[in-house]
Ligand binder design. Structure first.
Ligand SMILES: [Zn+2]
Length: 110
């Protein structure tokens, strides 16, 4: 058996995630991924077990999230203005709210 250590779930802190195998999407090859039995989050799917473990252990869910949200807000706001579309207006609104929530959360931590 190979030796490996899985880190705790980065989302809920559960300390006993496990490795699953699955056939991912249309692919016929068996894939490995790590699964958190508590919150249900999944790591990336990889053909090699080691890669699936590495993907899980190097997961940083909050890294770059503000950057991604800012980009998303900008692009949806542009689309909302361009098409005056209800869907994009709602989306831009939602992303804007998410940014505020995270900013407030970060302000509390400091
Ligand atoms: Zn979890």
């Amino acid at each position: 058996m190979s030796e490996f250590k899985l880190l705790s779930c980065p989302f809920c802190g559960f300390d006993a995630p496990f490795i699953c195998t699955s056939r991912y999407g249309d692919m016929q090859e068996l894939h490995y991924h790590v699964h958190c039995g508590k919150c249900g989050s999944l790591g990336g799917h990889h053909v090699e077990k080691d890669k699936a473990i590495e993907a899980w252990n190097t997961r940083k869910p909050m890294e770059n999230i503000m950057e991604q949200l800012m980009e998303e807000e900008l692009s949806t706001t542009i689309k909302a203005n361009m098409y005056n579309d209800e869907y994009f207006n709602g989306r831009a609104d939602g992303v804007g709210k998410a940014i505020k929530i995270i900013e407030e959360e970060n302000a509390h931590k400091k």
